[in-house]
Design a protein around this ligand. Sequence first.
Ligand SMILES: C[S@@+](CC[C@H](N)C(=O)[O-])C[C@H]1O[C@@H](n2cnc3c(N)ncnc32)[C@H](O)[C@@H]1O
Length: 398
Amino acid sequence: MTHEVNRGYFDYVVNLKNKIGLYKNGTRLLLLPRLLLFPIILLYAVALWAALSATRRLSYQRRLNDDVLSRAEAMTAFVEQYPFHYYPILAKGYELMLLRDLMKQHQVDPSNLVEFAVGEASLSHRVFEGVQSAVIGCDLNPYSLLQCKKYAHFKALVVADVTDPPLVPGTVDCLLSMNFMHHVSQKREVLSRWSLVAERAIFNENTNFWASASCWSSLLRMLGLKQAAAQAAKAQELASHQSLLAEDEIDTMVSENYSILERFKFIDRSTMLLSNISSWFMIGVYGPPTPEVIKKISKPFRELAKAVTKELYLWDQSRDRKHDVFLLYFGKSIHFRRQEDEPHFVQPGKSGSFSLEQARQKNLPCKDGMVFLLADEHQSIFGAYDAKTRAEVAHQHL
Ligand SMILES: C[S@@+](CC[C@H](N)C(=O)[O-])C[C@H]1O[C@@H](n2cnc3c(N)ncnc32)[C@H](O)[C@@H]1O
């Protein structure tokens, strides 16, 4: 049976209470090396900006249209959140731009939309700017989900396993799930369940170029050591709790469940590598969040981080799209059969279903305004969630 990488999240959430001290000590230990490396982060930023802008002027400036040039500015929306950590800045910048366009163009109504694996909603609240009390947010990690409470676009927050969502088939108009599917091994099964629940779905996925863009894998590939490069990529994939496939395999799996209405590709492997050099070697992290110390000392250099981000985006726009790391889909389910006009939930392992309104009258497990709809084997997440850990968990900005 395939090892399910997503189980790592369950262990993490349940053990957070016991490991929080360990994580804090790790952060303290890394403080000095991070401070010492900061001048190198700045030097790399200046060198990268100079090299990319010179290359652009000399070789591909003429191929960039006005639309691309005007969008470069929008790519910097996440610079404050992930300073000098260009990969999440670019990934979320692209996602925000595409999601805003998609929602508008396809008239996606947020009032029957459920967002799966919403995290702390740092992306979500920008997507739903101006929306009031409409979206239902779900995540496995109650400490992350709690951060969503400050955003007005949510009408309910549910702690749940979205690989098997506690929703009645045929009751949701649209589901949105960003930066999640790459953390799932059994994608086919999950997509099939999702396609029963919601009529339309918007989600993204990473291709296997995500892992081969790591610094070690890229170096080994450049040295002609193909096998060692593949092994380094696999190690990176596992260390990041990801399960990655080639683009055509992902397309096939998505097409088994959805008619693909829109599909986007972005962030070439070379763009990812140029970003990773700053993230991995110097900041010491691969994915978000950015360490707090980097955030604090980066403030005066925000314009530099923005300038580099814009050049990376323009560089990315000049690529041939054969080695893209990110795929984003908007699909119409081929299995969906409408049952109700609003989301209906189930309590895993129990009979009966209920709307949000009915849920308020039921005696459901609830803490800090979040409803916990978990299967019996995951009830420890409810049990382990407490005020002391809540106070200690850093505000991470996923
Ligand atoms: C990389 S973060 C993405 C957060 C957010 N969607 C974004 O793009 O900013 C992945 C999120 O998936 C959540 N997650 C992982 N496994 C899950 C599961 N089985 N059910 C629900 N949420 C899960 C994690 O807690 C985390 O918040």
